[in-house]
Design a protein around this ligand. Structure first.
Ligand code: KG4
Ligand code: ZN
Length: 343
C-alpha cells in the first residue's frame, strides 16, 4: 500500500509555505516570503503579511505541485496551520486549504503550528521518539514542550514571559547596527572572532527564586536591555563598540539559558531525547552547546536541517501525514483560524 500524499499550507507569519510529502518523504517545499517588505519596519507588519499571502498563495501551491511532479487531484489530504499566529495571515491559508479540500473532495486537517515544527523532524530522521522534549525557538515563540505522541498534540511546559528568543536576536542586532532579521548576522559576527566571555550578560529567570515559579519559562527582555545599556554607555564614553564580542557574549547568554532549561525539562520528564526547532535552531552556538551539554547528560539531540527549522509548508504536511497515518479524524470544513490557539 502506498503512503498518503499530503499537501500542507503554512501562513501563520510572513512565509507563504506549501509542502508536499508522501508518508515521511519530502517531495516539495515551496516558499514565498514577505520578509523583505517588513525589513524596513524592523518587524513583521500583519496587514502587509496577509496581503502578501493572498498574492503568493495559489502560485506557491502550483509551484509545489510542479516540483513534486504531481497534480492537485493526486493529493489524499490537505493540512493547514489553523493557529497560533497572526489572525489575518492564518485566514488566508485556512480559506485556501478549505477551498482546495472541498474542490478535491479530500479531508482537511487543521494543525497547530508548534506541533508542526516538531513533526517536521520526521522528514529528516523518521519516526519521532516516544517521549521527547521539544524546544521551539523562533522570532514568534520560545517554548519547551513535552511530546509523548505527536498525533495527540504537545503539552506546554514553559515559554517566554516577554520576548521570543529570535526577537531578542533581532532587537540586539538592531542595537549593534546589523540588518534584519538579525539572528544570522549575530551568529556570523560571533563566529568572526567574537569573545563570548567578553562581558557576562544576565541569564533571565535562572535565580533560585525565579526557578521556583518559572523553572521552564524564559525571559529575554532584561538581557536585551542590558546589552543596549552596555552599548549606549560605551558610545557615550566615545569608545568603540566591539560588535563581534558583544554579539558573542549576548549569544552565549541566550544559548546558556536555553540549553540549561531544555536539559532540565528532559530530566524532569525522564526523556532521553531533545528536539530543537524554529529559526533560532539554525544558530551555530546553540547547536554546539546543545550537543555538548546533552551528550554529558545522556540525552540525544535531534535538529532538523536549517531549511526545515524555519516556518515552511513541509512541516504542516509532515504533521498532516502523521495524523492520516495514525487514522485520526479530519477537521470539519467549518474549521476556524485561532490566532491564540492553546497548545
Ligand atoms: O522560525 P522563523 O523563520 O520564523 C518565526 O519567527 O516563526 O524564525 C525567525 C527567527 C528570526 O528572529 C531570526 O533572527 C532567527 O530566527 N534566526 C536566528 C538564526 N537564523 C535565524 N537566530 C540566531 N541564529 C541564527 N543563525
Ligand atoms: Zn514558527
Amino acid at each position: 500500500k502506498t503512503e498518503p500524499l499530503i499537501l500542507g499550507i503554512e501562513t501563520s507569519c510572513d512565509e507563504t509555505g506549501v509542502g508536499i510529502v508522501r508518508g515521511q518523504t519530502l517531495l516539495a517545499d515551496a516558499i514565498a516570503s514577505s520578509v523583505e517588505e517588513h525589513a524596513r519596519f524592523g518587524g513583521v507588519v500583519p496587514e502587509v503579511a496577509s496581503r502578501a499571502h493572498l498574492e503568493a498563495m495559489v502560485p506557491t501551491i502550483r509551484r509545489a505541485c510542479e516540483t513534486a511532479g504531481i497534480k492537485p487531484t493526486d493529493v489524499d489530504a490537505v493540512a493547514v496551520t489553523s493557529g497560533p499566529g497572526l489572525a489575518g495571515a492564518l485566514l488566508v491559508g485556512v480559506a485556501a486549504a478549505k477551498g482546495l479540500a472541498l474542490s478535491l473532495d479530500k479531508p482537511l486537517y487543521g494543525v497547530n503550528h508548534l506541533a508542526a515544527h516538531v513533526a517536521v523532524d520526521t522528514l529528516e530522521h523518521g519516526d519521532l521518539p516516544k517521549g521527547a522534549i521539544a524546544m521551539l525557538v523562533s522570532g514568534g515563540h520560545s517554548s519547551l514542550l513535552a511530546v509523548e505522541d505527536i498525533t495527540e498534540g504537545v503539552q506546554p511546559m514553559g515559554s517566554t514571559i516577554d520576548d521570543a528568543a529570535g526577537e531578542a536576536f533581532d532587537k540586539v542586532a538592531r542595537v549593534l547596527g546589523l540588518p534584519f532579521p538579525g539572528g544570522p548576522y549575530i551568529d556570523k559576527a560571533a563566529r568572526d572572532g567574537g569573545d563570548r566571555l567578553y562581558v557576562r550578560f544576565p541569564r533571565g529567570l535562572t535565580s533560585q527564586r525565579d526557578l521556583e515559579r518559572h523553572r521552564f519559562d524564559f525571559s529575554f527582555s532584561g538581557l536585551k536591555t542590558a546589552v543596549a545599556r552596555w552599548v549606549e554607555s560605551r558610545r557615550r564614553d566615545g569608545e568603540d563598540v566591539p560588535v563581534n564580542h558583544v554579539a558573542a557574549a549576548f549569544q552565549e547568554a541566550v544559548c546558556d539559558v536555553l540549553t540549561r532549561k531544555a536539559i532540565d525539562a528532559c530530566k524532569d520528564r525522564g526523556y532521553e531525547h531533545l528536539l530543537i526547532g524554529g529559526g533560532v535552531a539554525a544558530n551555530s552556538r546553540l547547536r554546539q552547546m546543545a550537543e555538548e551539554r546533552c551528550a554529558a547528560a545522556g540525552i540525544a539531540v535531534r535538529v532538523p536541517r536549517p531549511g526545515l527549522c524555519t516556518d515552511n509548508g513541509a512541516m504542516v504536511a509532515a504533521l498532516g501525514s502523521e495524523l492520516v497515518r495514525a487514522g485520526k479524524a479530519p477537521s470539519p470544513l467549518g474549521l476556524p483560524a485561532d490566532s491564540s490557539m492553546p497548545i
